[in-house]
Ligand binder design. Structure first.
Ligand SMILES: O=C(O)c1ccccc1N[C@@H]1O[C@H](COP(=O)(O)O)[C@@H](O)[C@H]1O
Length: 206
């Protein structure tokens, strides 16, 4: 069975980044979206990335950020990968000298494969749940049967995952990776060590 990678998103504290790394996460996510309860500023993000051990990928999450804002952040924080979680088109995600994930928020009955095809330059497509008025981090899952069997690029499955449902999600979707934020929290922006460890153990055992 192929290994499924994992990302713990919404990290706001160095200790949570180290917890995720020690528990086996492949990546941690930093939210550069001021309206999120998990938002980090540049100073904090830089400190978290600097504390990461080798081979743990740092992912910056953006929601309709301007090119100027994004370039300023990239000048200050050595992010490995970008995650675009808003209404960005492919051209908006390109030109940063970094691979990117495009997050698509899945609506009931949607043709997911057609939407994935709009981002041929993406390193992968992250699938999250569509909730009106909220760009992500809702803790809601979507109908996994909408994920195409052959999407044409790596799929990162997100949206309402936790230690209790991630094995079923992996068995059904067979994603390249899974991404979680709210499902491993003690409070918004604060990770729960037990939930993080249980989630990553479940992914490894799936
Ligand atoms: O985490 C946030 O606050 C957030 C804000 C804006 C866009 C995306 C956000 N989080 C991402 O949403 C998915 C699913 O999160 P959850 O596990 O359902 O809480 C994940 O990729 C988060 O990184």
């Amino acid at each position: 069975m192929p290994v499924v990678r994992s990302k713990i998103c919404g990290i706001t504290r160095i200790e949570d980044a180290l917890l995720a790394a020690e528990a086996g996460a492949d990546a941690i996510g930093l939210v550069f979206y001021a309206r999120s309860p998990r938002a980090v500023d540049v100073r904090r993000a830089r400190a978290i990335v600097a504390a990461l051990p080798p081979f743990v990928t740092s992912v910056g999450l953006f929601v309709n950020a301007s090119r100027c804002e994004l370039n300023e952040i990239l000048d200050a924080v050595p992010l490995d990968l970008l995650q675009f979680h808003g209404d960005e088109r492919a051209a908006d995600c390109e030109g940063y000298h970094r691979p990117y994930l495009k997050a698509l928020r899945v609506r009931p009955g949607e043709d997911v494969a057609a939407r994935c095809a709009e981002y041929p330059s993406a390193a992968g497509i992250l699938l999250d749940t569509f909730v009106p008025g909220v760009p992500g981090g809702t803790g809601e899952s979507f109908d996994w049967s909408l994920v195409p069997a052959e999407p044409g690029c790596p799929i990162v499955l997100a949206g309402g995952l936790n230690a209790g449902n991630v094995c079923a999600a992996i068995a059904q979707v067979r994603p390249w990776a899974v991404d979680v934020s709210g499902g491993v929290e003690a409070a918004p922006g604060i990770k729960d060590a037990g939930k993080v460890r249980a989630f990553l153990a479940a992914v490894r055992g799936a």
